[in-house]
Structures are given as structure tokens and as C-alpha cells.
Write a protein that binds this ligand. Structure first.
Ligand code: SF4
Length: 465
């Protein structure tokens, strides 16, 4: 069962095992390797896309739970670190887009795919959903509530920045079923915020967070990034402390990705932006925050998400990490049926034109691997920090403990994981590297599956070294 080792040359071994001689967990791998762990599906030829998609839309589905992602591809300004920016906000374009989007959501009613099962979580993300006006927010949410089979306890998350997110927009969310706000704060430190292109001061952001908490209509979760310009470990911990004092329900802590050739990378290389900590130093931020939140009594919902109490359930993130059916709406959104991943046209004008003809603007499909259920299981489990070998054996008839042993032995020796009879647990150091570690497990299975033809992916996301 250790046959996969024969498919690894020196370079592949380095990607999968990392630095085997490093005793310092901060250097267990060279860099973060991919944004998310996963195995890409096989692309469907462009000329077959529409007919395959029609088949998927009309096939009799067998799933029970689904999530919904709605994309709002506009932002008021572009943040320097961002790999997801699409369009600067433009009132006329947003107006046309909202009309197309609500039409797309409403057309889901009655379709075999979209009306099946129960939608357990809706996530309105982007971009910046807060670029919509109050009236537009209301019309999107009404379309969601009136057209999709939402479960009684459906989590409806509205993601936004605080900039230009006024009382009328908050009211439109609260009056139309939003029960979770996810705010991309990144840092309360005004200097760090300005260095990444954020407009509001830290104080203004705190006021907004307080306002949303006092509303008592929705849970409030904040996203923070560690490793930003002008951010020390102390200022990062002080952000966490501030969020706790404000009384947030949850916090997600993300490692800064510096995309090679991106605005931040160029800024650092030209000296316009202060240099940011290298990957090994990001580890210090991560472990200090882990220790602090544990001491404060927070519980860990996933490798990045910490909660205080039970109001922030983060259902969308947990379900989608485990590979549940994902219905996608809006330009640039990506979804999943039982057999395919799909992508909606990312450019707003062609998207609007296709919607005007009543077409679902799917422009790309990728066929899921026959192993996708196992991959999704591993991905979901690793995100909780515990991989259950006994459950994998029961569900998939595969002895993962034996298959992965050469790698998991190495992780144990380096303090990244502890392996028991039925489970492997990620230790705090392993939690920092969990994307690389999850990707390594998937790489191994895909190498076996393809008899060595598979090449492990490398995204250029850690240009800071
Ligand atoms: S608001 Fe979000 S999506 Fe928009 S540029 Fe900033 S990070 Fe990117």
C-alpha cells in the first residue's frame, strides 16, 4: 500500500512531505502551496457545455442538503492583496446587474435541480455585497426567500466591508432574513488598513461592528488577516482582543496570500509598500492567536474560524468544505452539482446579455473525479482538525491510515499531527500548515488513482517567501 512513493521524484516529495529535516514547525514546508486544497476536475469541451448543463439541470437529483452562493462582483476600491477583485462599483451597471441577478434567482423556482432538497445556508459574497443599495439588497433577498427551498434554520450570510454600509442597508438585510453578518475587517489598525487600500479608519469599523451587534438580529463574525504590512504580532493580538471586547460571535483568521505579480507584490518590490513577514514568521502570528483564543475560551469551528458561544454556526463554510451541493448565482460565481463543478460568466455585460435571453450563463464545467466523495470527505475532516480513519473505512472501504503512513509518520515526528488508532489530529503547528497537509493527502490519492500521471499543483501565492 505504500506504492505511491514510487510516483514521487525529489520535487514531488518536497511538495508533499515539506522539509523533512526541519525541526522548527514554522519551516515544516517551504511556503503555502495552494489557496485551498482540492483536486481539479476534468474540463468539459466548450461545445458540449450547454447540453451537459441542460442534462444536469433536468436530471433527478438525489442530494438532500444544498448551499447557495450569490456573487456581487463590485467593490468601491481595490485592496492591494486581493485576488478576487472584479469591477469598480458603477451605479448604472449595478442596477442592470441586480435586475439580471434577481431574474436568475427567480428562474430557479420550479427547476428540478434548484428546487430539490433543502438549502441549509445562503452566502451573499463578492466582491462587496455592501455596494448594492438598500433597495437592491431587498430585491435580491426577496428573490432568495421567494424562490429557493430554504430550510427553517437556513443561515443567510451577508458579507461586506464597513465602508458605505449605512443604516438603510443594515435595515434591508435585517428585514429580509439575513441572520449572519460576515465583515471583512482584516485589521482595526488604521495604518495597516490604509496600507492594504482600506478606506475606513479602525475606529469607524469598530462603531459599525458595535452597531451590528446591538441590532440583535444576526450573528456577527469578523475576518482578520495576519502578516499585513505595518502589523506586528502585538497589533494582531490587540485586534483579537478588541473584537472580543466588542462581543463578536466569531472570528476567522486568515494568513495573508501575496499573489505573485499582484498589486501587493509589485508594491513591495518597488518599495511603495512595506515588506510583509515571510511565511515562517506568519507562523508566530498564528500560534500566538491560537494560544490567546484558546485561553479566552473560544471554540474552534474550523482551522480558521473561532467562535464565542453558539450563535455563529458558520454552516456555509463547513458544508461547502465537505463538498455539499452548491447552487451558484451571479457573474463569476462557481457551484457544484452531483457530477460537475460549474462556473458562471465572470464579466458583467455578457452575463447581463445572456440573462436577458433567459439563459443560465454557465461557461465552464468540470467533471468531478470518481474519487471526489472521498476527497471532499478528507477536505472537510482536515478543516475540523481531525481525520477519522474509521469513518473513511466505513464509508469508502479504504484504509487511509495504512495508505498515508509514510507521510503521517513524518508529520508526527515533526510535531504537526498525532496519529491514534482511529484518527489523526492536527496539532497547533499542523493547523498552520493544514492547507498544504490536506493537499498532500489528496495528491497521494490522485497519484495512485492516475498511476503517477498526476502533477501536484502549486499556486503562486506566497511571493513574500
Ligand atoms: S473588498 Fe474584498 S473583493 Fe473587494 S478588493 Fe477588497 S478584498 Fe477584494
Amino acid at each position: 500500500m505504500e506504492s505511491w512513493l514510487k510516483y514521487t521524484d525529489e520535487d514531488k516529495r518536497r511538495l508533499i512531505f515539506g522539509s523533512e529535516s526541519a525541526s522548527d514547525p514554522a519551516k515544516a514546508y517551504d511556503k503555502k502551496r495552494t489557496v485551498h486544497a482540492g483536486i481539479r476536475g476534468k474540463g468539459v469541451e466548450a461545445e458540449k457545455t450547454m447540453s451537459v448543463w441542460q442534462g444536469e439541470m433536468n436530471a433527478k437529483p438525489s442530494f438532500e442538503d444544498a448551499c447557495v452562493y450569490i456573487n456581487i462582483p463590485f467593490c468601491q476600491t481595490k485592496c492591494t492583496y486581493c485576488g478576487f477583485f472584479k469591477n469598480l462599483s458603477d451605479a448604472a451597471l449595478i442596477d442592470d446587474y441586480t435586475e439580471s441577478l434577481t431574474g436568475e434567482i427567480r428562474s430557479a423556482k420550479g427547476s428540478p435541480l434548484y428546487s430539490h432538497g433543502r438549502v441549509r445556508a445562503v452566502y451573499i459574497g463578492g466582491g462587496t455585497p455592501g455596494t448594492l443599495s438598500a433597495r437592491q439588497i431587498e430585491s435580491v433577498l426577496r428573490a432568495v426567500n421567494e424562490s429557493l427551498p430554504l430550510s427553517n434554520d437556513c443561515e443567510i450570510t451577508f458579507e461586506t466591508r464597513t465602508y458605505q454600509f449605512g443604516d438603510d442597508k443594515i435595515k434591508a438585510c435585517a428585514d429580509n432574513g439575513v441572520n449572519r453578518f460576515s465583515l471583512g475587517v482584516q485589521s482595526f489598525d488604521t495604518k495597516a488598513r490604509r496600507a492594504i487600500g482600506r478606506v475606513d479608519s479602525g475606529e469607524k469599523v469598530m462603531e459599525m461592528v458595535q452597531k451590528l451587534i446591538c441590532l440583535k438580529e444576526a450573528s456577527v463574525s469578523l475576518d482578520f488577516i495576519f502578516g499585513l504590512p505595518h502589523q506586528s504580532v502585538e497589533t494582531f493580538l490587540s485586534d483579537i482582543q478588541t473584537a472580543d471586547c466588542l462581543g463578536v460571535d466569531g472570528m476567522a483568521l486568515y494568513q495573508l496570500n501575496v499573489f505573485e505579480g499582484g498589486k501587493m507584490d509589485e508594491g513591495i518590490k518597488s518599495g511603495r509598500t512595506e515588506a510583509v513577514p515571510e511565511t515562517a514568521r506568519q507562523y508566530e502570528y498564528h500560534s500566538a492567536a491560537h494560544e490567546m483564543l484558546t485561553d479566552m475560551g473560544y471554540s474552534q469551528l474550523s482551522m480558521s474560524h473561532w467562535v464565542n458561544g453558539t450563535l455563529d454556526r458558520s454552516i456555509y463554510n463547513r458544508f461547502t468544505k465537505s463538498g455539499c451541493i452548491l447552487h451558484a448565482f451571479g457573474a463569476g460565481a462557481g457551484g457544484r452539482t452531483e457530477n460537475y463543478g460549474y462556473f458562471i460568466h465572470p464579466a458583467v455585460t455578457p452575463y447581463n446579455m445572456m440573462r436577458a435571453k433567459g439563459i443560465k450563463p454557465v461557461i465552464g464545467l468540470s467533471e468531478k473525479s470518481p474519487m471526489s466523495c472521498l476527497y471532499e470527505f478528507i477536505n472537510g475532516q482536515m478543516d475540523t482538525g481531525i481525520l477519522r480513519f474509521d469513518t473513511a473505512e466505513r464509508l469508502f472501504g479504504i484504509d487511509l491510515k495504512t495508505v498515508f503512513r509514510p507521510l503521517t509518520d513524518s508529520w508526527e515526528k515533526r510535531g504537526l499531527a498525532s496519529v491514534g488508532e482511529k484518527t489523526m489530529k492536527l496539532l497547533p503547528a499542523g493547523q498552520f500548515w493544514y492547507v498544504n497537509m490536506t493537499q498532500a493527502l489528496l495528491d497521494i490519492l490522485e497519484m495512485i488513482n492516475s498511476r503517477g500521471a498526476y502533477e501536484p499543483p502549486v499556486d503562486k501565492i506566497a511571493a513574500q517567501g
